[in-house]
Design a protein around this ligand. Structure first.
Ligand SMILES: Nc1nc2c(ncn2[C@@H]2O[C@H](COP(=O)(O)OP(=O)(O)OP(=O)(O)O)[C@@H](O)[C@H]2O)c(=O)[nH]1
Ligand SMILES: [Mg+2]
Length: 429
């Protein structure tokens, strides 16, 4: 089965904890703090690799994690940084955050990469917390947790020319006639179950080597999910030129033609704005020869390009090649990835001081990027660290908001997965 969509979970490494150590030297009776910082956690990246053409690598393995940062140590020694993890994906991989539905990155060209989970920052060691009045702090920060995300990877094949049409129209036969590809061909519909790619020989030596893709046949209702074609329509979104193959020997070639146009339009009207060449196939059969004059007249009326061919005998293929050659851009433009080009990397959520206080069945809940991060970075077993956290609640206005929400001493307040018992601090009165 052609794998063009997978879900994976990526987890960055946590930052290492900062150390809370004191200098110990024979000749220094009261050494100051000397705890080093934790190292940053490794991040997870996706990178386009030339050797990849499918998402098969992700078929059985769904979870990927980068390594955590090391803890800080005495003598201001910093923890080791975690190692970044690079996952190879094929060109044409769209990366979507499954949680928000947001497109994080659109990886098109070889070598492009996107960070999909940021490693946690290392906690600061206690050397950072010494002040004039407080020279021996026992407070050190814990490392920040690594980000975790569930991603959906969608592969959109990148081909210059896309073959579309009803099942059995002869798309695979045409691909085989125009390229060295050897797709399965059979006298029944739905033979092609996964896209096939070939390199088109335009018949002239002008340096252009366009790729052409044959996708499973579309049927009426395909844009709503009928048949197999729907999932594959996305593969033609990025082609530069569409070849719309019509079985000239079918009962009603004109009807066949119109159904496909309707489906393309329903999927994405932009598809009809692409250069489209209608390919009237099976001209070796008498039924096709009989239907051709009316079909051609209608195409002319609508001002649509059309060629009559037989993929079987090769009749009309030279005319087809040169028509496609005219529709495609020059070699230089062809070497650039098809639209939309480039990576779209959306900014990973930034830290903010904003927060919300809500009451649910179990008590009060504080949500906010900054305060949640502080909560997990605080070692509540250490009195000094816990006090710093209290001060931060005051500073950010969270303590006041909790009071407004009617918090009483001993009430449970949840922040970033932790459950704390609220105590009034004097400064907040
Ligand atoms: N006589 C004749 N038969 C053809 C021609 N082109 C294709 N066929 C036949 O039509 C049938 C379908 O061809 P395919 O190439 O498998 O059609 P397809 O459009 O790829 O079909 P799906 O993969 O099912 O969507 C096969 O039996 C082919 O041999 C042609 O030019 N002339
Ligand atoms: Mg086929």
């Amino acid at each position: 089965m052609f794998l063009d969509e997978v879900r994976i979970v990526v987890r960055a490494g946590a930052g290492g904890d900062g150390a809370a150590t004191m200098r110990r030297e024979a000749h220094v009776p009261r050494g100051g703090p000397d705890g080093g910082d934790g190292g940053r956690g490794g991040s997870v990246y996706l990178r386009v690799d030339v050797g990849q053409t499918t998402l098969r690598d992700f078929r059985y393995r769904h979870r990927f994690a980068a390594t955590p940062g090391g803890s800080g140590e005495r003598q201001k020694r910093h923890g080791k940084a975690g190692e970044d993890l690079f996952l190879a994906v094929p060109p044409g991989t769209a990366v979507i955050d499954e949680g928000t539905g947001e497109l994080i990155a659109d990886l098109v060209a070889v070598g492009q990469e996107a960070m999909v989970a940021r490693g946690g920052r290392g906690g600061l060691g206690n050397v950072h917390f010494a002040t004039a009045t407080h020279q021996a702090p026992r407070h050190a920060q814990r490392g920040e947790p690594g980000e975790e995300r569930t991603l959906r990877l969608e592969l959109r094949l990148i081909a210059d020319v896309g073959l579309v049409g009803l099942p059995n129209a002869g798309k695979s036969t045409l691909l085989a006639a125009l390229t060295a590809a050897r797709p399965k061909i059979a006298p029944y519909p739905f033979t092609t179950l996964e896209p096939n790619l070939g390199v088109l020989d335009l018949g002239v030596d002008d340096g252009r080597r366009p790729t052409i893709a044959d996708v499973p046949g579309l049927i009426e209702g395909a844009s709503d999910g009928a048949g197999l074609g729907h999932a594959f329509l996305r593969h033609v979104e990025r082609t530069r030129v569409l070849l719309h193959v019509v079985d000239g020997a079918s009962r009603d070639p004109q009807w066949d033609h119109d159904v496909i146009r309707d489906e393309l339009e329903a999927h994405d009207p932009a598809l009809l704005a692409k250069p489209i060449l209608v390919v009237f196939n099976k001209m070796d059969l008498p039924a096709a020869q009989a239907a051709w004059p009316a079909f051609e007249a209608e195409a002319r009326r609508e001002d649509r390009g059309v060629v009559a061919i037989s993929a079987d005998t090769g009749e009309g293929l030279d005319a087809l090649r040169s028509a496609v050659g005219v529709m495609l851009p020059d070699a230089e433009a062809l070497a650039e990835p098809p639209e939309p080009a480039g990576v779209v990397v959306h900014r990973l959520e930034a830290a903010g001081d904003g927060f919300t206080v809500e009451r649910d069945a179990e008590g009060l809940v504080v949500r906010g990027k900054r305060i949640e991060r502080l909560a997990v970075q605080t070692n509540f077993d250490n009195e000094e660290s816990a006090e710093r956290f209290q001060r931060e609640l005051l500073r950010l206005g969270i303590d006041a908001a909790l009071r407004r929400a009617g918090v009483r001493p001993g009430d449970s307040v949840r922040v970033g997965g932790l459950e704390l018992a609220w105590e009034p601090s004097e400064e907040g009165e």
